[in-house]
Design a protein around this ligand. Sequence first.
Ligand code: ADP
Length: 296
Amino acid sequence: MQLEIRGLSKTYGNGVKALDNVSLTIPTGMFGLLGPNGAGKSTLMRILATLQEADAGTAMLGTIDVLKQKDEVRKVLGYLPQEFGVYPRVSAFEMLDHIALLKGVTQRGERKALVEALLQRVNLWEQRKRRLSGFSGGMKQRFGIAQSLIGEPKLIIVDEPTAGLDPGERNRFYNLLTEIGENVVVILSTHIVQDVQELCSNMAIINKGKLLYAGPPDSALRDMRGRVWEKSIAKAELDGYLNSGKLISNKLVAGKPIIHLLNDGSPGEGFVTAEPSLEDVFFGFIHASNQAPVNA
Ligand code: ADP
């Protein structure tokens, strides 16, 4: 089973082209969809989750036509949206029980066993009687995973799952995601490079609705080897580099800027080649696409 997206486009009523002829093949396992805010990730996720219509293109999950056979998709879909609206007065157990019922687990005993197993799996058993409104961000995300797993989904979509989580919560969430079966297509949409680095064997980078890269993170890193240049500079020099059009990242180390440039050959005195990081890959692609003329 894989997800084949071909020529997907979506323009909103205000003229924003959120998806521009996107084609992607997504195998089973963890797939990272990386892009800055406004890239079109949520639009793509919502279309695949049957919550929104595309203007053009196709998406096939195995033999299921995702854009047309919405009921079929929903039977095999687990969706964890960016904002999970929860019922404040309801406990985690009651809410999962309710969602399982909606997803067609009508037999009471079966539903109870399923909900109990899920609560154990996402490590919310101790909190099962607590109201969801009192949950921390990390607990809400783990609850979100539990509800998305009801019905043994074949396609799991998680939209910006770690935004707002503290490092401990993020780690617990990563561990949980990696336990999801390898025979499931899991799409993780995020603007956080670390999410993809830690979890994904395949990824895509999008910006302004356009696909910029698709493939394993390793290949992208390999392609950049020898072209990432690093230099520690004085603060006063930073503006000049920012305006040069070649800077892909800068960070402060002990108060001093360390810059990364993408260049074939040394950009000048004091630069040394740096081992590319996934951040270099990401910012390199985004930077190049932001520099490209519109409609290129
Ligand atoms: P991301 O999830 O990567 O942040 P989105 O898919 O939410 O990106 O948005 C892509 C682009 O479409 C952005 O420019 C956003 O402002 C615009 N957009 C998203 N939803 C709507 C909408 N309902 N109406 C008009 N424009 C929208």
